[in-house]
Design a binder for this molecule. Structure first.
Ligand code: ATP
Length: 230
């Protein structure tokens, strides 16, 4: 469970997140954070991962204060962040990349890998291929698969449809919905309609502040979304 109260953060003295309060529990399916470019969505995920420090406020993950945690502790506790950059090991094979995701979960590695392959069969076909030679969609599947290998309780996905063709994007959203049956997904997306349609809870972030919170469907139908995006 993630609980944030009035958190602020800044880059080089320029504040980018203001007084954010929210919680995400592993009982939830999809929690979406949407907002225009530069709103601070990726920064928020970096804060939750323990990569970006907070200036003020309180942030706990499963009751532990983020200030006492290293980014690797955050992963061990169950919060796994698949960043926009994907950060694959391009010279390593698909299978080796998946193994890297399991570095602290060796005991279930084989069965977890099979689950990833069942979810994304193309990865099994490409298991001996170098990650750097995969298509954009396959690389995104691998990045998500590697995240799943760490057995997350909450999996944060930063723009999983970034750079994907429309048809592949639709399939990616189907996969995200399937994953969310077992793992809570914290989803950041530019495809606002698709993200909010999936989300039980959703937040609209603008200029580093939450300006609306509702069910996904409620936010989708709200004036806030119309004002922010039209
Ligand atoms: P996008 O949808 O375009 O990815 P975002 O909502 O994820 O945007 P962030 O990437 O979190 O937004 O950026 C929030 C603000 O912080 C922006 O003004 C950005 O320029 C600034 N910013 C992000 N990373 C850094 C950094 N490493 N150093 C300085 N400023 C940064």
């Amino acid at each position: 469970m993630i609980e944030a109260t009035d958190i602020d953060t800044s880059y080089g003295g320029i504040q980018v997140l203001w007084d954010l309060s929210f919680s995400v529990s592993e009982e939830e399916g999809v929690v979406a954070i949407v907002g225009p470019n530069g709103a601070g969505k990726s920064t928020l995920l970096r804060v939750l991962s323990g990569i970006q420090p907070i200036d003020d406020g309180e942030l706990t993950l499963w009751g532990e204060d983020i200030e006492s945690l290293q980014p690797s502790d955050v992963v061990d506790m169950g919060f796994v962040h698949v960043s926009e950059e994907r950060n694959l090991f391009n010279e390593m094979t698909v299978e080796e990349n998946l193994e890297m995701g399991a570095y602290k979960r060796r005991e279930n590695m084989e069965s977890n890998m099979q689950e990833v392959y069942d979810l994304f069969p193309i990865l099994e076909e490409r298991s001996s291929q170098k990650a750097g030679s995969l298509s954009g969609g396959e690389q995104q599947m691998l990045a998500i698969g590697r995240g799943l290998m760490a057995e997350p309780k909450i999996l944060a996905l930063d723009e999983p449809s970034e750079g994907l063709a429309p048809q592949i994007t639709d399939r990616m959203f189907e996969k995200i919905e399937a994953i969310s049956e077992d793992v809570t997904i914290l989803l950041i997306e530019q495809h606002v309609n698709k993200a909010l349609s999936l989300a039980e809870t959703a937040y609209l972030l603008e200029n580093g502040e939450f300006v609306a919170q509702d069910t996904g469907q409620g936010l989708l139908e709200s004036q806030h979304i119309e004002d922010a995006y039209l």
